[in-house]
Design a protein around this ligand. Structure first.
Ligand code: PLP
Length: 372
């Protein structure tokens, strides 16, 4: 027994792989989280706050100090006009996506989502009883979508466009021109852009741009999960102009009340530690290069990822069957590309958030498997 809207959605393909990956002797290259501990200061802050009994509700939007710090960061680093009243601290980026989609994707309207794209977009759009419409992110363009193709998909029914740079699953980072041109296309239209920027800090030799800098009807979703390896603490935020934030707050106050008090304090401390991010990115860059070298040895072409911690080579054929065969025979866990949409068919997502040792072992096993 269940509400009808649940018939539109299924358990995530990634979750299914997680279940299969529990065996001890497998190498997991399907991870969506870095294996680092959170910053030391953040850990100590949680212990301190716990001893102070900072375990009660906070204001719905989140503690003032954290929202002030986020607002200053958005102004300085993302070149967004931002005020603390325009920010809601959420339970991870996931809640932020849910708030934005529920608040602005009208029932029956169309929401443009990337294909391939992050697994949550389509089910969240369907739960809002809106219709997902897919725009392609093509390998020949480095997986950067074409603004022209997006424009051609816009109709009178379009309520929202979801974009994600740096991108999961492809590792693409979109150039300034993409955001500027999209803003020009949307000028004067009543369309919200949901910009998922949870990987903004995990970026190699390139620059991150925020859509809100170019287009005011943007909801920016961000998270502490990836930047500070805080996935289990469930902490993130949304930013939009105040009128939009107030709409999302209506939902947040009833479904969540507030983000975890301890996680909010931890996030505040983590934000003070720029060195941590530098070290993480430098380590991830090494892992990326190692995986690229090993894929080249195997003879697999792949678009060099500029951000996040994924790469997305094309094997051709049935990616789901292939990934299960690799798991059973080579004991390496990978994610089938079709979990990210129809254009992911034939592709496999590799995560290099695992340690160098695991990457080496996993890629050696894969090499042997493919030879055989
Ligand atoms: N957006 C993207 C593109 C992601 O890859 C993820 C996690 O994998 C999220 C959002 C949500 O992350 P969290 O809820 O942990 O902040």
């Amino acid at each position: 027994m269940h509400a009808k809207r649940l018939s539109y959605i299924d358990i995530s393909g990634i979750r299914k792989m997680f279940e299969l990956a529990k065996a001890k002797d497998v190498v997991n290259l399907a991870l969506g989280e870095p294996d680092f501990p959170i910053p030391k200061e953040a850990k100590e802050e949680i212990i301190k706050s716990l001893k102070e009994d900072f375990t009660h509700y906070t204001s719905n939007k989140g503690i003032d100090e954290l929202r002030e710090k986020i607002a200053r960061k958005l102004v300085k680093e993302n070149k967004i006009k931002a005020d603390k009243e325009e920010i809601i601290v959420t339970s991870g980026g996931s809640e932020g996506l849910h708030l934005a989609i529920l608040a602005f994707a009208e029932k029956g309207s169309e929401v443009l989502i990337p294909n391939p794209g992050f697994v949550s977009y389509e089910p969240l759009v369907r739960l809002a009883e809106a219709k997902p419409v897919y725009y392609p992110c093509r390998e020949e363009n480095g997986f950067v979508p074409s603004v022209e193709e997006i424009e051609n998909l816009i109709t009178d029914k379009t309520s929202m466009i979801i974009i994600n740079s740096p991108n999961n699953p492809t590792g693409a980072v979109y150039p300034r021109d993409f955001f500027k041109s999209l803003a020009e296309v949307l000028h004067g239209r009543d369309i919200i852009v949901l910009s998922d920027e949870v990987y903004e800090k995990i970026i190699y030799d390139t620059k991150h741009y925020s859509m809100a800098r170019f287009y005011e009807n943007t909801v920016t979703v961000n998270s502490f999960s990836k930047t500070f390896a805080m996935t289990g603490l469930r902490i993130g935020y949304v930013h939009a102009r105040e009128e939009l934030t107030e709409q999302m707050l209506k939902i947040h106050q009833y479904i969540q009340a507030c983000a975890s008090s301890l996680a909010q304090r931890a996030a505040l401390k983590a934000m003070e530690n720029a060195m941590y991010i530098e070290e993480v990115v430098s380590e991830l860059r090494k892992r990326r290069n190692l995986m690229l070298d090993m894929l080249a040895e195997i003879g697999l072409d792949v678009v060099k990822p500029k951000g996040a911690f994924y790469m997305f080579p094309n094997f051709g054929g049935d990616d789901k069957k292939l990934v299960i065969k690799i798991l059973k025979e080579a004991k390496v866990v990978l994610t089938p590309g079709s979990a990210f949409g129809s254009l992911g068919k034939g592709y496999v997502r590799f995560s290099y958030a695992a340690s160098e040792e695991k990457i080496l072992l996993g890629m050696e096993r894969l090499k042997k498997f493919l030879k055989a």
